[in-house]
Design a protein around this ligand. Structure first.
Ligand SMILES: [Fe+2]
Ligand SMILES: [Fe+2]
Length: 399
C-alpha cells in the first residue's frame, strides 16, 4: 500500500529533469483541454500546479490515485471557489493528459499518428478508464489542418536557386572567383547579402572583404560558397522571433557537414544544405494564423518541446510541414526525405536523415525528447562510435 512520500523522496523526484519535463507536458495538455471545457483562468492555473505534483512519489512511473489528487487540487486551488470542478474530475483530467503524454513519449518505440493516439484514448474511455468528455476535449483542441499548412507553404518565397548553385560550385575543384561572382550577380538577395559576408557567424575574421574575389582569396572557394548559400536563406528568417531558429539552422548545417566529412557516408555540401533547411517546417508553422501560434507559443513558454507542442496543436510536427515545403520548392527526393525524417531517422533509409538527427543532437537542440534508441541507430548507420560523436561539438562561435 502507498504511503505519503518523504520530503527526501519528493525532492528526488522534483529534481529529476525528465519528471519535471513530463509534468510540464501533462499540465500543458490538461490546460488546453480545460480551456476547451470552459474552465476559468484561475482553475487552469491551479490545474497546472496540480499537474506539477502528480508524480511526487519516489516511483515516478505511477501517477497519484484520484483521492490524493483531489487533495493536491484542493491545495492548488485554495481558496476554492464555488463552482470549482470537483477534485475527482481534476484527477481524471490529469490522468487522461498523463496517458496522452506518456503515449507521445513512447513514440520513438511505437510510432502513431495523433488521430491514432486519440482513438486509443477513446477506447480507454469506452472501457470506463477515462472520461469521454476529456478525451473529446483533447480531440477538439484548436488545431491547424494540413491544408492550412499547405496554404502557408504556398506563400513562402521560392527556393533560392543561388544556394543550390553555390553548393554545386563548392564541389568543383576547378571553380574560381569568377563563377562565384556570376552566381552573386544573378541573385539580387545575394548581391545585397554578399558584402556582409565578413560579418557572418561563419567567419571570425574582423576584416571586411571588399569584394567576392578578396573573400575567395582569403577563405577559399568552398567556404565562400557555403557562406553565400546560407546568405541566400537569411532573408526568410528576418523576424526577431525566428532569429534563434536561423542560428540553430546554421549550427546544424556546420555540424552536418563535419559529420559527412568525417564519416564519408554523405556528400559534405549536400549535408550542409540539408542542415540549413532541416527545420524549415518550423518556419512554416510560425506563419500559421495567430489563433494557433498563440497556443503554440504558450506551450513553448511553459517548457514543452516544439515537437510536443506541434503534435498537440497541429496533429503533426514540423517534419511533415517540412515535407510540404520541400514539395513546394521541388527539391530532390534525397533532401526532402532527410528533412521529413530528421527526427525519426529509424523510419528512413536516408543517410542524410541520420546525419541531421546526429547534428541536431550535437547542437544541443531540445526540439524533441532525447532517444537513446534513435541515437544509437543513427550513430551505427554512420559507423560512428559514441566517443567520436562526443568529440563533435558546435564549431561555431554563435552570438
Ligand atoms: Fe527539427
Ligand atoms: Fe533542428
Amino acid at each position: 500500500m502507498r504511503t505519503q512520500p518523504t520530503p527526501v523522496e519528493t525532492k528526488a523526484v522534483y529534481d529529476e529533469p525528465a519528471i519535471q519535463a513530463h509534468c510540464r507536458r501533462v499540465g500543458a495538455t490538461a490546460v488546453e483541454v480545460a480551456r476547451k471545457l470552459g474552465w476559468k483562468g484561475e482553475q487552469q492555473r491551479a490545474l497546472r500546479a496540480a499537474a506539477d505534483s502528480h508524480h511526487i512519489f519516489a516511483n515516478p512511473v505511477e501517477p497519484l490515485p484520484p483521492r490524493l489528487m483531489e487533495h493536491i487540487w484542493g491545495f492548488a486551488a485554495k481558496p476554492s471557489a464555488v463552482g470549482d470542478p470537483p477534485g475527482e474530475e481534476v484527477a481524471k483530467l490529469l490522468e487522461m493528459s498523463c496517458f496522452f503524454v506518456e503515449r507521445w513519449e513512447f513514440l520513438p518505440y511505437e510510432a502513431a499518428r495523433f488521430e491514432q493516439m486519440i482513438e486509443e484514448l477513446r477506447f480507454m474511455a469506452r472501457d470506463g478508464f477515462l472520461e469521454s468528455a476529456h478525451v473529446e476535449g483533447l480531440a477538439r483542441v484548436p488545431r491547424a489542418s494540413l491544408e492550412e499548412v499547405k496554404a502557408v507553404v504556398s506563400k513562402l518565397p521560392v527556393f533560392p536557386a543561388a544556394a543550390l548553385k553555390a553548393m554545386q560550385l563548392a564541389r568543383n575543384p576547378m571553380a574560381g572567383a569568377v563563377q562565384l561572382e556570376q552566381i552573386v550577380g544573378t541573385d539580387t538577395v545575394l548581391a545585397g547579402e554578399a558584402p556582409r559576408m565578413a560579418n557572418s557567424p561563419f567567419d571570425a575574421s574582423t576584416t571586411p572583404y571588399r569584394s567576392i574575389r578578396q573573400a575567395a582569396a582569403a577563405m577559399g572557394i568552398p567556404e565562400c560558397c557555403r557562406i553565400l548559400s546560407a546568405a541566400a536563406f537569411r532573408p526568410m528568417f528576418q523576424s526577431p522571433l525566428i532569429r534563434p531558429l536561423w542560428r540553430h539552422s546554421m549550427e546544424v548545417a556546420r555540424i552536418a557537414e563535419l559529420l559527412a566529412r568525417q564519416t564519408r557516408k554523405a556528400e559534405p555540401e549536400e549535408a550542409f544544405l540539408a542542415g540549413l533547411i532541416h527545420d524549415i517546417g518550423r518556419l512554416a508553422l510560425w506563419k500559421l494564423p495567430a489563433r494557433l501560434t498563440a497556443h503554440h507559443t504558450a506551450l513553448l513558454d511553459h517548457g514543452c518541446e516544439p515537437m510536443f507542442a506541434e503534435v498537440l496543436l497541429c496533429g503533426f510536427d514540423h517534419c511533415s510541414a517540412g515535407r510540404e515545403v520541400m514539395r513546394h520548392w521541388g527539391l530532390p527526393d534525397r533532401l526532402a526525405e532527410a528533412v521529413e525524417y530528421h527526427h525519426q531517422p529509424e523510419q528512413s533509409d536516408s543517410v542524410l536523415a541520420q546525419v541531421l538527427y546526429l547534428a541536431d543532437h550535437c547542437s544541443g537542440s531540445q526540439e524533441d525528447l532525447p532517444s537513446m534508441a534513435r541515437l544509437r541507430h543513427a550513430r551505427e548507420r554512420l559507423g560512428l562510435t559514441s566517443e567520436q560523436l562526443r568529440a563533435i561539438s558546435s564549431p561555431l562561435p554563435l552570438s
